[in-house]
Design a protein around this ligand. Structure first.
Ligand code: SF4
Length: 477
């Protein structure tokens, strides 16, 4: 795999050839005709990050263009699709268990099609393993073949069992149908892949090199969303800070252009690599009123030695300086982060550096993980892998520190009034509406469906574990 790391000849920002996209549309149209009136349905189970969630919206869009409707449960579905993640071993194990559990359903319902796609399926050895271990899985395809799904589905429906993994770096497929899950807040992918090769991370190997979408295509997509009533967009990429669109449009410039789109009230983005967080981006966050005062800035470790082993290319001091610059430029900004504990060679002292950072940096949330060995990455070959029990113990201590910080951080909102963009009503209690403050804090308050899509002022009265509770002050927008 390390060959890819040094291979800088791969073409940037290349588009999927139009013939391939046309072939997909034609396959969808043939399937729609063939399946017309049969009332077939699909169920997608998604693992992993927001990029995967958004890919699943595209897969759902393609399935709908083929004439299938969404099923509420796996049991009722005629096509079950697992969109997988390979960043951590845990997700892989869960996927294997959940696919295995479908054998009984497939025996009872032989017409059922079982498909596996996404990052796990993009690894050739894993795709082969899935193919051999689960003979009842009909179709396996990788991340670079997402746009080929209608053709692959058509072949699978004709009885061909397929495992397709393109070894090429992915190209950008534009114009795929999307079935969106939320009418108020939407994801828009601005770039794919990652060039950073953090030593623990499998993403560059399965998602390929960085490719940025053309700015005009991104802006056209956001304009269309705004026309449909979407109020908030989240610009997505593995490392949005290194977005480099045609015509010299970098990420701060893309934010500036997005900020001019009428109807879009809030702009968020995810994820940012600290080494690429430029003063220009901080300035854009400070000066563009629609850009929300929140940033997800993964730190991963508080120890310089571990950061170096991780190939993160910043120090603890660099990170803290960035956090201070962000806080100085954007008053009230909330910073969320990721930590990995138990990285190979992490000593107790290194871990204490992370613990201290978690206590001192004032994160409003931190997503914490035990290091997970990913075959083919540099860290997987490092000596001094940390015993599982030590990782567990460190994770617990870190989580306790994070929870303490979260509680204190949430408390400071009590007694304040904030603007909440209402996204929906609680599934278990329809009388409770929910939405986020600009700072990304989730707020629940008594309110009904009529508020969805509106920005309302909410008095924050108390906190719960991960969110705030309030009551409506008045309404606007
Ligand atoms: S920045 Fe590092 S952790 Fe994030 S996707 Fe790229 S390689 Fe993985």
């Amino acid at each position: 795999m390390h060959k890819l790391e040094n291979d800088l000849e791969l073409k940037k920002n290349a588009a999927v050839p139009e013939e391939e996209l046309r072939a997909g549309r034609e396959a969808a149209s043939r399937l729609r005709e063939r399946l017309c009136g049969r009332g077939l349905s699909y169920f997608i189970e998604t693992y992993g990050c927001q990029m995967n969630e958004h890919d699943s919206e595209k897969l759902a869009g393609m399935l709908q263009s083929c004439g299938l409707a969404k099923a509420e449960t796996k049991i009722g579905a005629d096509v079950i699709l697992f969109n997988t993640c390979c960043v951590r071993e845990h997700a892989e194990k869960r996927l294997m268990g959940n696919v295995g559990a479908l054998k009984k359903l497939k025996d009872e319902k032989p017409g059922l099609l079982v498909c596996v796609c996404g990052c796990m399926a993009q690894q050739k050895d894993v795709a082969d393993k899935l193919y051999r271990r689960f003979p009842f899985v009909d179709l396996i395809f990788g991340t670079h073949e997402l746009h080929l799904f209608p053709q692959l589905l058509e072949q699978a429906m004709e009885g061909r069992r397929l495992a397709r993994v393109r070894e090429l770096d992915g190209e950008i497929a534009e114009g795929l149908p999307v079935s969106r899950n939320n009418g108020v807040s939407q994801f828009v992918t601005i770039m794919y892949g990652c060039d950073n090769f953090c030593s623990y991370c499998i993403v560059p190997y399965v998602r390929g090199r960085e490719r940025s979408r053309e700015p005009e295509r991104i802006l056209a997509e956001i304009r269309a969303l705004a026309k449909d009533g979407v109020k908030e967009i989240t610009l997505l990429g593995q490392n949005v800070n290194s977005y480099q669109g045609d015509g010299g449009v970098d990420f701060p410039e893309l934010l500036r252009r997005t900020g001019k789109i009428e109807g879009i009230a809030r702009i968020r983005f995810m994820t940012s690599h600290p080494k690429d967080l430029s003063p220009r981006l901080i300035e854009a966050m400070a000066s563009l009123p629609k850009v929300c005062p929140h940033i997800h800035l993964p730190v991963q470790s508080g120890s310089d030695r571990v950061l170096c082993l991780m190939n993160r290319r910043y120090t603890r001091a660099d990170y803290l300086a960035l956090a201070a610059a962000l806080r100085a430029a954007v008053p009230g900004i909330e910073i969320t982060t990721d930590f990995i504990v138990g990285f190979p060679g992490e000593t107790e002292e290194d871990f204490l550096d992370s613990l201290r950072l978690a206590r001192e940096a004032g994160f409003s949330a931190a997503y914490t993980f035990k290091y997970s060995k990913r075959s083919g990455t540099r860290a997987a070959g490092m000596e001094e892998q940390i015993p599982e029990q030590v990782k567990k113990d460190r994770l617990k201590r870190l989580n306790d520190a994070v929870a303490e910080g979260l509680r204190a951080g949430n408390e400071k909102y009590v007694g304040r009034t904030g603007e909440v963009l209402v996204e929906g009503c609680d599934r278990r209690n329809a009388a409770m509406a929910f939405g986020k403050l600009p700072s990304f804090k989730m707020v629940y308050f008594p309110g009904g469906e009529s508020l969805i899509g509106r920005t309302v002022r909410v008095n924050i009265t108390k906190t719960s574990v991960n969110s705030l509770i309030g009551e409506l002050a008045d309404q606007k927008g």
